[in-house]
Design a protein around this ligand. Structure first.
Ligand SMILES: [Zn+2]
Length: 93
């Protein structure tokens, strides 16, 4: 499945693909190919749902997000409010 999400690795809004084998979900940024794994459980499914949900609101604020259509697309948008940088996920080589 695909979600639109902000990649903390390349700092772009991108299409993220999610694949899972029933135990582990792998999130891959199609822009910079950064990957991270999360256990495939209720929490992760809830996270995906909440990302999708908050995207609707975000798209209204940032219509640029509608430009994200294909894998590999990446968009930088200027946040109106400054948020402290957090790192999530583990980089895989
Ligand atoms: Zn990325």
């Amino acid at each position: 499945m695909h979600i639109k999400d902000l990649c903390t690795q390349c700092d772009h809004w991108t299409i993220t693909t999610i694949t899972h084998d029933g135990k582990i979900a792998t999130f891959t940024c199609t822009h910079c190919k950064n990957e991270f794994d999360l256990p495939w459980n209720t929490e992760t499914r809830y996270l995906i749902r909440s990302i999708r949900h908050s995207l609707k609101k975000r798209t209204k604020t940032y219509p640029e997000l509608l430009e994200l259509k294909r894998e590999g697309d990446g968009i930088k948008i200027k946040e109106r409010s400054e948020k402290p940088k957090t790192s999530k996920g583990v980089e895989k080589h």
